[in-house]
Design a protein. Structure first.
Length: 191
């Protein structure tokens, strides 16, 4: 029972402020630089002196017997979401992408106060991607660039969209790769 309570208890760092409203079902995490909010379906128990949050299985609204089984899953989901929000408030996130292939280039352009990522990926046309204001893209070389932002989901989503323009193929390894990604190459046909 004690291990189960610990599993659903989240320790909050001292530099982050917590604002929780039971009526509006919202929790807000605030640091000197950023602020994030989360809409809740389950009730929380917050201990301000110990700076921890406990996610309960009690719902804000009445639940049928069939849906009570899903509350345990929802409880674990909210623990992960709250931990992710605390991490987003504390730090910024970065993804590094590498272009592998002859002639593949990434160039950052400034067009009328808007950043545009220009990609040459071996197609007959060039690809232009408008960079949102909440993100920053840094091109180190022609084949390496970073995507930096405050939201983990937004940074990974934009990185996945950019990667989808040329996913790595398994025979030569050409395409857009994450810096941590390893491609196992397949063997070609033998005559």
């Amino acid at each position: 029972m004690i291990a189960e309570i610990k599993r659903y208890t989240i320790k909050v760092p001292s530099n982050i402020s917590i604002y929780y409203c039971d009526k509006t079902q919202i929790i807000i995490f605030s640091s000197p630089h950023k602020r994030r909010a989360l809409k809740l379906k389950l009730k929380l128990v917050i201990n301000q002196t110990k700076k921890n949050i406990q996610v309960t299985q009690n719902s804000f609204f009445s639940v049928s017997n069939h849906d009570k089984k899903n509350l345990k899953v929802l409880q674990a989901t909210y623990v992960v979401l709250i931990k992710q929000l605390i991490l987003e408030v504390e730090t910024s996130f970065c993804k590094r992408l590498i272009l592998v292939g002859v002639g593949y280039k990434a160039i950052l352009l400034q067009i009328s106060n808007t950043d545009v990522l220009h990609l040459k990926l071996g197609y007959s046309h060039n690809i232009y991607i408008k960079v949102p204001k909440t993100l920053k893209i840094f091109c180190l070389k022609a084949n390496k660039f970073f995507i930096k932002g405050d939201s983990y989901t937004f940074v990974t989503q934009i990185a996945a969209v950019i990667r989808s323009y040329k996913t790595p193929e398994p025979y030569k390894g050409k395409g857009i790769l994450y810096s941590t990604e390893k491609i196992t190459l397949k063997e070609g046909k033998k005559i």
